[in-house]
Design a protein. Structure first.
Length: 449
């Protein structure tokens, strides 16, 4: 059985990584240049450009915050492959609409619809977690994160080149085509082992996922860590093109320079995601998150005081390296502590928390830049990175790094105090419960293909 399943999950992982790469290339070919697109649509005042940039970034995230838990819970019923393809096609359609808008108000509406239909990265994380063996989950999620980071590196270069050659509208059109190609790869090449649960099973809905998160410190801590990482990143990213323009003091080539910064950070993040995923499997997720949070705080602080574009670029590489290690380690905690039939709901809640960070971040970053200057958002991101370290130290409990028993993919790692409130004799009862769930898992989890 092992010789049959190993090539299957590796082939699935490769196809999912390619699809993720295409979708993220498309996303980053246009979204980072929204401030310049706002200018093209007729907004010329710098403060108004900053304000609209924050509103546009927040519009998609706010919509995502509201709907992601429901998409995640629905994927537990309909399948993660279906949800991933839906998200990619939704992005493709809305990018096409954004290429055709005639005003910044229309662009705002298109961004809100895009946020409601998107969620591509958490969908890929849930998809990969469903078919990857437990002992390889850190590596697999690192591969997905690496594909995302690589797409983030290539996307701004593609988008910057297209925008410089034929304009920003064509950059959005290219984004839509690439997202559609990613959806096609998922539909054609990814094999889904999903079986629709019978009606007699529990609902696996948003409420069940919320209760699970509330009763598990590792899960709650991992979600808060990822939300904090997204908040810190979005606080600084929303004004990044304007800050690059400020440091260079040369309007010519600002698109290419912004693309170089984003691409460099993304490449560093891609290398870090794969490396940190393996290190987290070996040495522990909490240790990796703590080390990466400290490095990210230092990198953001250097960005805030950078005297030149070269120093800022070097600090951006460090930021990408350390932030790129936080996400796969935190996602691996979710994959190893949440039962498989509830992973969609939990990943949906995680994506909603990330969207909350992405909603507040641009608004906060734009407000700070407008009130006190373009350097302040990067200093704020450094403080937030310190907060991530505090969360990891207090909430993210160490998990067994190399335990390969599949029962831990099914059972929830609950603290003893919570088990006592349920009138269970703590770990002994949890162990017997896990043994029963393990027998059920082995009897029902046959590979249909």
């Amino acid at each position: 059985m092992q010789t049959d399943t190993t090539p299957k999950w590796k082939a699935n992982l490769a196809a999912a990584a390619v699809a993720q790469f295409l979708c993220i290339v498309g996303w980053n070919a246009s979204i980072p240049f929204l401030p310049f697109y706002v200018r093209e649509l007729g907004v010329t005042n710098l403060h108004e450009v900053e304000l609209w940039s924050g509103l546009l970034a927040a519009a998609g995230s706010a919509a995502s915050f509201l709907v992601f838990p429901f998409w995640g819970a629905l994927s537990d019923r309909m399948g993660h492959k279906w949800n991933t393809a839906r998200a990619a096609l939704g992005i493709a359609v809305t990018f096409g609409a954004m290429a055709l808008v005639g005003s910044v108000q229309q662009l705002f509406v298109a961004r809100a619809f895009q946020g409601a239909l998107a969620g591509i990265t958490p969908a890929f994380f849930a998809l990969a977690s469903a078919f990857v063996p437990l002992e390889n989950v850190g590596f697999a999620l690192g591969v997905i994160q690496m594909a995302s980071s690589a797409g983030g590196a290539v996307g701004p270069l593609v988008g910057g080149a297209v925008a410089d050659l034929v304009g920003y509208r064509w950059a959005f059109a290219v984004s839509g085509v690439l997202s559609a190609l990613g959806a096609a790869v998922v539909l054609v090449l990814v094999r889904d082992r999903f079986r629709r649960p019978p009606r007699t099973t529990h609902s696996n809905g948003v409420a069940d996922g919320a209760r699970l998160v509330a009763h598990s410190l590792p899960v709650l801590g991992a979600i808060l860590v990822m939300a904090g990482a997204n908040l810190a990143d979005s606080v600084a990213r929303v004004i990044l093109p304007l800050f690059v323009d400020f440091l260079r003091r040369e309007p010519a080539g600002v698109n290419a320079a912004t693309g170089v910064v984003l691409a460099g950070a993304a490449i560093a993040g891609a290398v870090s995601a794969l490396l940190m995923g393996r290190l987290a499997d070996r040495f522990g997720y909490q240790r990796v998150i703590l080390a990466c949070a400290a490095g990210a705080a230092l990198s953001y602080a250097v960005q805030a005081v950078a005297p030149s574009f070269g120093v800022f670029l070097a600090a951006s590489l460090g930021m990408g390296l350390f932030v790129g290690g936080i996400i796969p380690a935190a996602n691996a905690i979710l994959a190893r502590t949440v039962r498989r039939e509830q992973q969609g709901a939990v990943y949906g809640l995680s994506a909603s928390a990330n969207s909350a960070g992405n909603t507040l971040g641009p608004l906060l970053g734009a407000a700070l830049a407008s009130a006190w200057g373009l350097r302040v958002p990067f200093a704020t991101a450094a403080v937030l990175a310190v907060g991530i370290g505090v969360l990891a130290a207090t909430l993210v409990q160490p998990l067994p790094y190399r335990r390969t028993a599949r029962l831990h993919h099914l059972g929830l790692h609950l603290p003893d105090a919570f088990l006592r409130r349920l009138h269970l004799p703590h770990r002994a009862a949890q162990s017997r419960f896990d043994e029963v769930r393990e027998r059920e898992y082995n009897s029902n989890d046959e590979d249909p293909g």
